[in-house]
Write a protein that binds this ligand. Structure first.
Ligand SMILES: *Cc1c(COP(=O)(O)O)cnc(C)c1O
Length: 382
């Protein structure tokens, strides 16, 4: 152990991350561009480290939620295309010019506002048109796309360099995804040929991690947007599906703080939600919801210690979590505990961790807090 042990930390295996990226790339047709989605601090993995690795391994474009995240990427490398996925607020437009970002537009108001600002600056702004094919969130409603396409064509200071849609249930509802895909294909017919066939840099994209599974080479789609899958978490944890077999990148660790015996009848933790029916040996771990262990794992979660599963007893608290170690031989303060990851023959995946907490891996990964040190490795040589 190093001189100052971490109390709660995440290990991020950049070599596994890079292998995942290559696996996903090779599962797709050659012409398909890879848009790496690294919003929300690369899903809590640490944006700069993940982006640098993606830059080295050769992705085509980055996508983030907002102009601030986009500016952070720009500081890491000039020249990379960066797409802002969420709306650009009034007052934020100058970022698009200063950092050479592409904006997403869904409404005539955005088209007009961005065009005005770009014209006034004597510059042009790159935009992707987003089409709402059934998500009911961003994008122009697919049946109303012709008007905004005309507005874009008339906007001299805007450069339309892509069009995309977003699937709402690619992992659960292939029929609805098919409907969304065909609505999107209808909208593509409204674009002048010029846009698509004469500009190799024009991106047409729809597929996220869950949809890559059903990516079809016979459509004009020439890019995918990948977030979760490159991080080694499959949206299809329980099925044989898996066009690109990925491996875990992220593991979540803490330590035993103290070990003690408690008599039968003891109520454990806040709210007294668990009463010992027999005497138990417990360990108090040095992490809680202040680190990103969901409160929902109270009385539901498990952790790994010495390759064995140990149940969480009572409520998870801000800084500490109590686990049952009665089945283990010798546990000492400082021992490593796995919250997500592998210990001996046992593994708790990010999917299992999230499912037990009644949530989804996207949320769990972004909820791991700043207090948790991120340690970057190239394999498990720590
Ligand atoms: C976050 C996001 C993605 C990536 O989704 P994953 O399921 O993590 O692959 C793709 N497209 C848009 C518009 C997003 O907001």
């Amino acid at each position: 152990m190093k001189s100052k042990p971490h109390r709660c930390w995440a290990e991020i295996d950049l070599a596994a991350f890079e292998r995942n990226l290559h696996r996903i790339q090779s599962a797709l047709p050659d012409k398909v561009r890879y848009v790496a989605v690294v919003k929300a601090d690369a899903y809590g993995h640490g944006m700069p480290q993940m982006v640098r690795r993606l830059m080295q391994s050769g992705v085509d474009c980055f996508a983030v939620a907002n102009v601030h995240e986009a500016a952070d990427i720009r500081h890491l490398g000039a020249g990379w295309p960066i797409l802002v996925l969420s709306p650009v607020l009034p007052g934020e437009e100058s970022y698009l010019l200063d950092y050479e970002l592409a904006a997403t537009v869904s409404t005539p108001e955005e088209v007009q506002r961005l065009n005005q600002i770009a014209s006034a600056a004597g510059q042009s702004i790159r935009v992707h048109l987003k089409v709402d094919t059934g998500m009911g969130r961003l994008g122009v409603w697919h049946e109303q796309a012709s008007e905004i396409i005309r507005a874009l064509q008339a906007s001299e200071a805007l450069q339309l360099c892509g069009i995309y849609t977003h699937f709402s249930s690619a992992d659960t509802d292939p029929e609805f995804t098919h409907l969304q895909r065909s609505r999107f294909l209808e909208v593509l017919r409204l674009l002048p040929d010029m846009e698509i066939s004469e500009n190799p840099d024009f991106l047409i994209h729809a597929d996220n991690s869950a949809a890559i599974e059903s990516f079809r080479g016979d459509t004009p789609f020439n890019a995918v947007r990948v977030g979760l899958l490159q991080l080694g978490v499959s949206p299809y944890p329980d099925s044989a599906l898996g066009r690109a077999k990925v491996e875990p990148v992220f593991s979540f660790h803490t330590r035993v703080g103290i070990v003690k015996e408690l008599p039968a009848g003891t109520d454990i933790s806040y709210g007294r939600t668990h009463t010992l029916t027999q005497a138990k040996r417990i360990a108090v771990l040095t992490a809680g919801y202040g680190d990103g262990i969901p409160l929902e794992l109270s009385n539901k979660g498990e952790v790994l210690l010495q390759g064995k599963r140990c149940p969480i007893l009572g409520r998870v608290t801000m800084d500490q979590t109590i686990v049952d170690i009665s089945a283990l031989d010798k546990v000492t303060p400082g021992d490593e505990v796995i919250l997500i990851g592998r210990s001996g023959e046992e593994e708790i995946s990010a999917n299992e961790f999230s499912r037990r907490a009644g949530t989804i891996p996207w949320e769990c990964l972004c909820s791991i807090t700043k207090r948790v040190t991120r340690i970057y490795t190239n394999g498990r040589e720590i």
